[in-house]
Ligand binder design. Structure first.
Ligand SMILES: [Fe+2]
Length: 142
């Protein structure tokens, strides 16, 4: 991926988790988040954020569930911490989504949400998801 703006996230090898399917899913999550970045940068966050948030919520739910299963199957020591971190993320996400809904959608909330979500995601992948690399690969994701 090549950055096309200052806000957008760029995939790098530092984000490789040690599981190919998880990486593909993370790349798609980054694509969705970059749509949010584009909406903010073009001043269209108010119009398109609802659609982006719905997609992000649905995909994140599915991805977290799949990633948690993969960690369990590979007996990854980070599995419990991963589950906890996912729960925390969903609470943060839901709080932002609610704030956005109640406020009617300001660009300020969109920006704060974008910053919080991207900082969390990058840190989470690097700190927790990359633990998959040191767990036995039993082919759970193939
Ligand atoms: Fe995770």
């Amino acid at each position: 991926m090549t950055p096309t703006s200052s806000l957008k996230l760029t995939w790098s090898s530092a984000l490789e988790s040690g599981d190919r399917a998880t990486d593909v899913q993370h790349k798609y999550l980054i694509e969705i988040i970059n749509e949010l970045a584009e909406a903010i940068e073009t001043g269209k966050a108010g119009q398109s954020i609802r659609k982006i948030l719905n997609l992000l919520k649905q995909y994140t739910d599915w991805h977290f569930c799949r990633e948690e299963l993969c960690m369990e199957r590979r007996q990854c020591p980070a599995a419990a911490a991963n589950k906890e971190a996912h729960k925390h993320f969903m609470r943060t996400f839901d709080a932002f989504a609610e704030e956005y809904k109640v406020s009617g959608g300001s660009e300020d909330i969109a920006m704060r949400m974008y910053k919080t979500l991207t900082d969390w995601l990058v840190m989470h992948i690097q700190k927790i998801d990359t633990n998959l690399a040191s767990c036995p690969d039993n082919g759970c994701s193939r």
